[in-house]
Every structure is written in structure tokens, then in C-alpha cells.
Design a protein around this ligand. Structure first.
Ligand code: GTP
Ligand code: MG
Length: 587
């Protein structure tokens, strides 16, 4: 994946790394041995095995150690995030298919333990020795009916998949520990699931614990808008103990009931369509992909297009690593025979032959991701009929700010469009917020808060609009103007760098000078600067002097120390963070 730089001059050491990457995959990208990468990670204090997924930050640090410059790889979004849509004439062949289930919930509430408990109590293929699972999904059988479980728990993976244009989950199990109750990640999981329109089944876990309080959990769920059946709502709720394997069969039976209401159907008689949930390059077998079949039946010998890859299926393996000749709807299978490694989220389509395969690949390459919504192009998109609902992710400094902003925004209904807050919470803007914005084609609004570095980078690469405000009136006013097409072209803030203040010096001419270490990006003379102290912004001004040792310089980049003077400001304190930025006209 060595890429030419934008200027056209070849830059041999640039490597594009996805938002998260397995150690093995990183090794392939940089063409170094995975062992060397594991060793380097250890030096950074990360103990990873070859299949472990590490985040971009960690991967970029490793890349730097090997002389590569890392760059975040954009997600390959193709078309809209949705399930397979049937044409009228296809409806006759539809049959019920197993539901595809993802488990979500707060840290330590028992997601992994529940996945294991289900696998151990209900694996179909006991002769294969029980529980050695080979791929990132498995199927169980309950009363003769199948259920498919995806192996990556958590709403991050779920939304990342949607952001790539694929929706595979039919039902979410929301695990809430009865001794801990509804927590921030529980609420986030609810919002991420509901933004996708996926039904939730609640599993109240750890009921074996003496301090378990399921009644309190039910109350907290109701407060979060999930009213369980027992209380007159429509949310199915099952008390379980993943540890003692109690309540597991009740949970599975309830999943089948919800699945039945959802009328999940597919046509096993048509050529297969599926989604890639895992992909890797195997040294001996070549490109491997785990695919979840969404409709149709995939057979050995079929010609398939998978994203930008294609090939004839040479062999297929089920979740137990057993060779199979066919895969029906909702079944996960590992396939062999592709000419290159596809990306997670890519669509698999069975085609008639090589000719059709080439045509489809060409179409895939030409597909442009749909334009993201921003306040600047909102009116244009409303007018073009592309937007009927403005989805907003709202993050605020404190919980108390959220309600007044929510109600003001939701009141801004026009004939064409309404504003919907699909997720809100207090704290920084995170990568998960930006992912949700990509998946829902929404925008992120921050009030009195800021965006984390990873979130800013992801938003920049994917073209997601992050708007930061400190005054509610301005926030609501901007959204209202955008809805009506009256928003003046605005200036976006581009953060250029960050530095940490290590010492304060006195200079006879310039007053106080901050001795800093540039941690990120760069500082340049004349840049706008903001002095942050903890949660507070102390001052905003411009850099009016910049020195390295005794020399005046115009720019200092990350990793170096320098002296920074700020116009009309002297009250530096060690530990302050200087944030350098410029304003740029958007659009
Ligand atoms: N007593 C009791 N402990 C449980 C139960 N389910 C899980 N645990 C314990 O709770 C801890 C967390 O469980 P995990 O399954 O790792 O939780 P998780 O949600 O996957 O956690 P993360 O992956 O870190 O988000 C472990 O020590 C489990 O053994 C249960 O039903 N009862
Ligand atoms: Mg876990």
C-alpha cells in the first residue's frame, strides 16, 4: 500500500492504516514480520498477539519506528447503509432466515462471558469437539431454529460496520449488569442501536450476585426510554447469569420471538449476496474472507465479486472450521479463492462469470460515497430532496446543558426537514460519535467541549462536520439558518498543533515566554493560539514570538522544544496546553 504523495513525487514511506488494524494486517501493509511489530509494541508497553486489533494511534507509532509515515485510510463507504432490498418479483421466493445478533453493553457487564455461555450451551456441531470456533461469527440451534451471533461485541464495531455501508445485525442484546446498572456505554449502545432502527432485547446479567438489583435496572432502562414488557412497554427483558449459564435458553427463545415479529426473510434460491465481516491474507491459503450471507445461497464453484476483489470459490468453511459446499442466508462462512483481500463491510455478489465480475468491479471503483451533511450544504441537500431529517450527535460539557439545547433544536421543524438528536451525552467528542455521524450521515455538535484527536482526524478524513459552540443561542441560530438556507459561509477552525508548557521564562522585551514541548502538529509564528488549563480556556490570542534556542524561527514541529510568546498574555502556568489553530473558510 505504498502510495504516491499528493504533490506527485513518489514518497516511498507512506503507509495507509485503517482506523483499527490487526497486527498481522499491519505486518502485511509494511511488509515487515509480525514478530518485529509485536516486539516494537512491547517497547511501547502494548502486549499484543498476532491477531490482536490495535488502534490507529498505536499502529502509527509502530509505523514511525519502522520509518513509515502513517496516514489514516478512509472507510470505503459504498452506497447507503442498509440491508438487502428486494425487488417486487423476488418477494415470492422469500423464506424465514435466522436472525443475526450482536451483543452490546457497558464495559465488564459480561458481553464476552455471555457469548461464551451461548456457544458452550448451544453449539450445533458437538462432534467437532465443542467450542473451537474458527471465524468471527457462529450459529447456534434452539428448538430446531438457528441464530447467528457476531463475535465482535460492542456498539463501536456495530457502528463502524454501518459506517462502511453495511448493516448486518438484526437484533441487539443489551447486557446490563444487575449489580452496576445502566452506565454511559449502556446509553451509548441504546442510541447507536436505535439510530440503526434495530430492535433491542435486554439481558439483565449477573443476577447470581448478592448485590444484584434487577428492579433498579428496569427503572433506569425506563428512564432511558426502554420500557420493558412487564411494565407495559414492548422491550423484551430476560434476567440471566452468564457465569452460571442461567436464563440462556430463555434469552435465546425470546430472540426467536423477536425475530419472528421482524419477519426476517431471504430467498435461498437466488445467487448469493453477503457482507464481509473479516478478511486477511493467509501465507499459504492466500486471501481469506469471512462472509455473512444475507440472501441467496453461496456454493463452491460460484464466481463472486467482493468489493474490489473477485474469484471462484475454491472452498468454504463453517464456524467450526468444517468444509461446507453451500452457505444459506444468515450463515457465516470463510471463503477461499479471491484474487485479493477485500475490506470489512464490502459486499459479496455471486455473478454469472468473469465478464460480469469485471463490470461490477469497475462499478465499485467508480462509486463515490454520498456527500456528508454539513450545516453549509444542508439547505442544498434539503432542496435536492436528499435530506428529510437532520441527524445530530450532541455532546456537551455537562449533562444539564443537553436538555435545553435538545428542546430548542427539536423545535426547529420546517415543512421539509426535522432535527433529530440521535445521540447525546456529556464529555469530549469521541471517535465513536464521529462513526455514528458517518453511519447516519449526520453531524456532530459540541457545546462547551472539544473533539479528541482521533475523532478530529476521522472527521477530517470522512468529511464529517464537527461544530463547536460556547453559546447556546449561536448554536441554535446556526442550525436554524442552515435549515432555511441563510447561513453565511462560515470559517472552520483547523487545529495545527498542540504543545505542553514545561517552564516559564522572563524576557526583557516580550514579557513572559512559554517554554514548551510541541506534542502534536506544529506551531508557527502568527498562528492563533488558545491557552487551555484543565477544562478551562484561559486566553485566546496569536503567537507573536517563536524561538528555538537563541534563534527566531517561523515554525517548530512536533517533538521539538521552543519558546512561545503570546500577544498580550503573560499568566502562563506549567502544565498549560497551548492549542494552535487557524480559521479557514469552509465550503
Ligand atoms: N457473578 C457473575 N459474574 C459475571 C457474570 N457475567 C460476567 N461476569 C464477570 O464479569 C467480568 C466481566 O465479564 P466480561 O464478559 O469480560 O465482560 P465484557 O462486557 O465482555 O467486558 P469488556 O469486553 O471489557 O467490555 C468477568 O470477571 C466475568 O467473569 C455473571 O453472570 N455473574
Ligand atoms: Mg469483552
Amino acid at each position: 500500500m505504498v502510495k504516491a504523495s499528493k504533490s506527485g513525487e513518489p514518497k516511498a514511506n507512506l503507509v495507509e492504516i485503517p482506523h483499527s488494524v490487526a497486527v498481522r494486517q499491519l505486518a502485511d501493509l509494511m511488509q515487515v514480520s509480525a514478530i518485529d511489530i509485536i516486539k516494537q509494541l512491547m517497547r511501547d508497553g502494548i502486549f499484543a498477539n498476532i491477531n490482536q486489533v490495535i488502534d490507529y494511534e498505536a499502529a502509527a507509532a509502530v509505523a514511525a519506528a519502522f520509518g513509515y509515515e502513517a496516514q489514516l485510510k478512509p472507510l470505503a463507504v459504498s452506497g447507503e447503509s442498509r440491508r438487502y432490498r428486494y425487488r417486487e418479483e423476488e418477494l415470492g421466493g422469500l423464506r424465514l432466515r435466522p436472525p443475526v445478533v450482536t451483543i452490546m453493553g457497558h464495559v465488564n457487564h459480561g458481553k464476552t462471558r455471555l457469548l461464551d455461555a451461548i456457544r458452550q450451551t448451544n453449539v450445533m456441531d458437538t462432534e467437532a469437539g465443542g467450542i473451537t470456533q474458527h471465524i468471527g461469527a457462529y450459529q447456534v440451534e434452539v428448538n430446531g431454529q438457528k441464530i447467528t451471533f457476531l463475535d465482535t461485541p460492542g456498539h463501536e464495531a456495530f457502528t463502524a460496520m454501518r459506517a462502511r455501508g453495511a448493516q448486518v445485525t438484526d437484533i441487539t442484546i443489551l447486557v446490563v449488569a444487575a449489580d452496576d446498572g445502566v452506565m454511559p456505554q449502556t446509553l451509548e449502545a441504546i442510541d447507536h442501536t436505535q439510530a440503526a432502527g434495530v430492535p433491542i432485547v435486554v439481558a439483565i446479567n449477573k443476577i447470581d450476585k448478592p448485590e444484584a438489583n434487577p428492579e433498579l435496572v428496569k427503572q433506569q432502562l425506563a428512564d432511558a426510554g426502554l420500557v420493558i414488557e412487564e411494565w407495559g412497554g414492548d422491550v423484551v427483558c430476560v434476567p440471566i447469569s452468564a457465569k452460571q449459564k442461567e436464563g440462556i435458553s430463555e434469552l435465546l427463545e425470546n430472540l426467536l420471538v423477536v425475530a419472528e415479529m421482524e419477519e426476517l426473510r431471504a430467498d435461498p434460491s437466488r445467487p448469493a449476496v453477503g457482507v464481509v465481516i473479516e478478511a486477511e491474507l493467509d501465507k499459504s491459503k492466500g486471501p481469506l474472507a469471512t462472509v455473512l450471507i444475507q440472501t441467496g445461497t453461496l456454493k463452491v464453484g460460484d464466481t463472486v465479486v467482493v468489493g474490489g476483489a473477485w474469484g471462484r470459490i475454491r472452498a468454504m468453511f463453517n464456524d467450526m472450521g468444517k468444509r461446507v459446499r453451500r452457505a444459506e442466508p444468515s450463515m457465516p462462512v470463510e471463503i477461499l479463492g479471491l484474487n485479493s483481500v477485500p475490506q470489512v463491510g464490502d459486499t459479496l455478489t455471486a455473478v454469472a462469470g468473469e465478464h460480469q465480475a469485471r463490470a461490477l468491479i469497475q462499478k465499485h471503483q467508480q462509486e463515490r460515497p454520498p456527500k456528508a451533511v454539513s450545516l453549509d450544504n444542508l439547505y442544498e441537500q434539503i432542496s435536492a430532496g436528499q435530506v428529510k431529517e437532520l441527524d445530530v450527535i450532541l455532546k456537551a460539557d455537562v449533562q444539564g446543558s443537553i436538555e435545553p439545547i435538545r428542546s430548542s433544536l427539536e423545535r426547529l421543524v420546517t415543512d421539509e426537514v426535522q432535527v433529530r438528536i440521535i445521540h447525546s451525552g456529556s464529555g469530549n467528542i469521541t471517535e465513536s460519535d464521529v462513526m455514528l455521524a458517518i453511519a447516519s450521515k449526520g453531524l456532530v455538535i459540541g457545546f462547551g467541549t472539544s473533539a479528541e484527536a482521533g475523532a478530529r482526524r476521522l472527521a477530517e478524513v470522512e468529511g464529517v462536520d464537527i461544530r463547536l459552540y460556547d453559546v447556546i443561542y449561536n448554536l441554535v441560530d446556526d442550525v436554524e439558518k442552515a435549515l432555511k438556507g441563510m447561513l453565511e459561509p462560515h470559517y472552520v477552525e483547523v487545529i495545527e498543533g498542540r504543545a505542553e508548557l514545561k517552564a516559564v521564562f522572563s524576557s526583557s522585551k516580550k514579557g513572559k515566554v512559554a517554554g514548551v514541548n510541541v506534542a502534536e502538529g506544529k506551531v508557527s509564528r502568527g498562528a492563533s493560539v488558545r491557552v487551555r488549563r484543565g477544562e478551562q480556556i484561559v486566553y485566546e490570542s496569536v503567537v507573536n514570538s517563536l524561538r528555538r534556542f537563541k534563534d527566531d524561527v517561523t515554525e517548530v514541529t512536533a517533538g521539538y522544544e521552543c519558546g512561545v510568546g503570546i500577544k498580550d498574555f503573560n499568566d502562563f502556568e506549567v502544565g498549560d496546553i497551548l492549542e494552535f489553530f487557524r480559521r479557514e473558510r469552509a465550503g
